[in-house]
Design a protein around this ligand. Structure first.
Ligand SMILES: [Cu+2]
Length: 315
C-alpha cells in the first residue's frame, strides 16, 4: 500500500457553526444547556458528538482551553461511530487553510466514490494537492473511535497553539464527517492546567510497525498508556482503537474496515470503546476503560492490516 494513502482526511467546513463555534471567540462555544463545562473537574473537557444525519454533524465543545494535561470525555449521541483528532496547526496556518485542504480532499474522494477515477488516481491527486505545511501538522492525540451511545475518555498533553478538531469517519453516502461539520477550531492558551498525567497500569507501545502491550488486561477499570515511539512513515499517525468483538467477529474484517479508502464507513463491524487517537512520534496519551468479560482488540487505524492489532480476552 502506498503510504500516502494513509493521508489525513478532512473535509469542508461549511457547517462549522453547527457546533455553535465562533472562530476566535474567547469562551466556550454555545453548547446545550446540560453542558458540563461549568461542573467538570479541572482539566476535564466534555465533548458531545451531535448528529442529525445525513448532513448535520458537529462536535459540541469549548472553543478555547488551557494547555497542559487535559482529559477529553466524549459522548457519542448519534448513530454513527466518531473520533476526535486534535491537530496542532503549524505557525502561520489558519483554520481556513485546513478547511480548504479538507474541501479538496472530499472532492478527490467524491471522484473515487463515484467511480470516475481509480484509487491510484485519487491518491495521486490528493498527494499533488497537499499544502506545503502539511508535513508540519502535529497529531496531539484525541479520542479514538467511539460507538453510538458510548462515552470515552482520553487524556492528552496540549501545547499552546491553534488546533483543529476533526472526525473523518465516512457516512454511507460517502461524505467525511468533517465535511458535514465535524471540523472546528480550538485555541489552546499559555495558561496551564498544571495537572500530572494519570498513572497507567497497562502500556501499549507503538512503533513501525509493531504494537506491544504490557500489563494485565483483566476485568475492571484500567488506565492505558499509549506510547508512540516514532512517527509512522507516510502521513497517518499511530493510534490505538479499542474494539469489543462479538464471538464470531473477524478481526481481519475489523482491521480492513479501518481504511478510509474503501471503508471507515458507518456502520462499524465492531463496537468501539475509544482509545488514543493520532499521536506524533515521541508522545504519550492515556485512555480509561472499564472492561467486562469478553473478546477485545486494540486496532491501529492506519496499520491494522500490517499487523498492528492486539487481540485479547477478558475473563
Ligand atoms: Cu464522526
Amino acid at each position: 500500500m502506498n503510504p500516502c494513502v494513509s493521508v489525513t482526511v478532512t473535509s469542508s467546513v461549511l457547517a462549522l457553526c453547527l457546533a455553535g463555534c465562533q472562530p476566535g471567540n474567547e469562551g466556550p462555544a454555545e453548547a446545550p444547556a446540560e453542558s458540563a463545562e461549568t461542573t467538570a473537574p479541572a482539566g476535564v473537557v466534555e465533548v458531545t458528538t451531535a448528529e442529525n444525519a445525513p448532513d448535520d454533524f458537529a462536535f459540541v465543545a469549548p472553543a478555547q482551553l488551557a494547555s497542559g494535561w487535559t482529559t477529553f470525555r466524549m459522548t457519542n449521541t448519534g448513530d454513527q461511530p466518531h473520533f476526535m483528532i486534535l491537530w496542532k496547526l503549524p505557525e502561520g496556518v489558519e483554520f481556513a487553510d485546513y478547511a480548504e485542504f479538507g474541501r479538496m480532499f472530499q472532492e478527490e474522494y467524491d471522484h473515487y466514490f463515484g467511480g470516475q477515477v481509480t484509487q491510484d488516481q485519487m491518491i495521486g491527486s490528493i498527494v499533488a494537492g497537499l499544502p506545503e505545511w502539511f508535513g508540519e501538522l502535529r497529531g496531539m492525540g484525541g479520542v479514538a473511535l467511539t460507538s453510538p451511545g458510548l462515552t470515552a475518555e482520553t487524556t492528552v498533553l496540549l501545547e499552546p497553539g491553534d488546533y483543529v478538531m476533526e472526525c473523518y469517519v465516512v457516512t454511507p453516502e460517502g461524505e467525511f464527517h468533517g465535511s458535514l461539520g465535524m471540523l472546528r477550531p480550538l485555541i489552546v492558551t499559555e495558561e496551564s492546567t498544571g495537572l500530572e498525567p494519570p498513572e497507567a497500569d497497562v502500556h501499549v507501545t507503538l512503533s513501525n510497525y509493531t504494537m506491544e502491550t504490557e500489563g494485565e488486561l483483566s476485568a475492571g477499570e484500567h488506565v492505558i498508556a499509549v506510547h508512540a515511539t516514532e512517527d509512522a512513515e507516510g502521513i497517518i499517525l499511530h493510534d490505538v482503537n479499542l474494539a469489543r468483538l462479538s464471538a464470531d467477529a473477524s478481526l481481519d474484517e475489523v482491521g480492513s474496515w479501518m481504511s478510509w479508502i474503501d471503508a471507515l464507513r458507518a456502520p462499524a463491524p465492531a463496537e468501539f470503546l475509544g482509545g488514543a487517537d493520532h499521536l506524533a512520534g515521541g508522545s504519550t496519551s492515556y485512555f480509561r476503560v472499564s472492561l467486562e468479560p469478553g473478546r477485545y482488540a486494540f486496532v491501529s487505524e492506519g496499520f491494522a492490516t500490517q499487523g498492528m492489532v492486539h487481540e485479547f480476552t477478558v475473563q
